[in-house]
Design a protein around this ligand. Structure first.
Ligand SMILES: [Zn+2]
Length: 313
């Protein structure tokens, strides 16, 4: 059966799969992300041999700024920094196979458009809420890329001009106030100050998941942390809604798994801010593609490339 080779390169794991046109994963592998470029190339070639054989095209999602035409990694801070300056198609040794690559969050949105929550829609905002915050914007059916491919980096939207320094060099970015790292830092700070509450009872610093769980169970300190984060997130999404006037807002990433403790107040505040001008409640939903959605996004990118090639042929 016709299939594509899809890869999601993350800071901790590389996920690769063979995916058919209906979005079914025919075969897949997960491997810890190697620490060096040489080790990465060995893993990449092995995955390409194992899962890429006979594929019509390859799609690769990767953090950072990726040149979609050449598949070159232009800017990539963090653990896989060693990929910066390299061309992903070459590293995987894919020969003459058509290869498309793009930023992982943008790629995830393409997956939702092909098989998930954004099916049939052309104006969509998606945020992935994890250790950092990623984003993708579809406007008039076209993903926003910008002049150098940095467009749609929603995690670096300034929400507090006087806020703390972000990994990007700016201050008060959305991911400094609403990411699992930001929420864990706020919880640790409360615990360190000796604030009373369930958070204090943990021997070690609470995880983001624990903070949300305890907020849902009524712990005042956890609640305060979540409420502050939700208010800033709702404000940021409202600002985006006024700029892009989307049909839908999609939330992905592990924090979105918190469910109603996040979604109910977020929807309420987002609608309070936007309905008077936009005259409708823009739905805020979870991603529909189940794990490994990063890989399915990369597969959608590959299938999009096949469609483009067919159009050119
Ligand atoms: Zn930033």
């Amino acid at each position: 059966m016709a299939h594509v080779f899809a890869v999601d390169i993350g800071g901790t794991q590389i996920k690769a799969a063979r995916v058919d046109e209906r979005g079914s994963v025919v075969a897949s592998r997960r491997i810890d992300t190697p620490a060096t470029l040489d080790a990465f190339v060995v893993v990449a070639r092995m995955l390409a041999r194992e899962l890429g054989d006979g594929a019509l095209a390859a799609g690769i999602g990767c953090k950072g700024i990726i040149n979609p035409r050449t598949t070159k990694v232009e800017v990539l801070p963090g653990t896989v920094h060693y990929l910066e300056g390299h061309t992903l198609a070459e590293l995987f040794g894919l020969g003459a196979m058509p290869v498309a690559a793009d930023n992982d969050a943008r790629v995830a949105l393409l997956g939702e458009r092909r098989w998930g929550a954004a099916r049939g829609l052309s104006d969509v905002i998606m945020l992935t809420l994890g250790t950092g915050v990623g984003g993708g914007i579809l406007t008039g059916g076209v993903p926003v890329r910008g002049a150098i491919g940095a467009g749609g980096h929603l995690g670096h939207l300034t929400v507090d001009p006087h806020g703390v320094t972000c990994i990007c060099g700016n201050r008060g970015c959305l991911e400094t106030v609403f990411s699992s790292k930001a929420i864990e830092a706020a919880a640790f700070s409360a615990q360190h100050r000796g604030v009373a509450g369930t958070l204090l009872s943990h021997g070690k610093p609470p995880t983001c998941e624990q903070v949300f769980r305890e907020a849902a169970e009524g712990d005042a300190v956890a609640r305060e942390i979540v409420e502050r984060g939700v208010a800033l997130l709702a404000g940021a999404i409202a600002a985006l809604a006024f700029v892009f006037d989307p049909e839908l807002v999609i939330l992905g990433g592990q924090i979105a798994d918190a469910g109603d403790v996040l979604l109910a107040p977020l929807r309420r505040q987002f609608h309070e801010r936007t309905v008077p001008l936009l005259r409708r409640e823009i739905p805020v939903v979870r991603t529909r593609l189940s794990d490994p959605s990063g890989v399915l996004g990369a597969a959608a990118l590959a299938w999009d490339a096949c469609t483009t090639l067919a159009g050119q042929g």
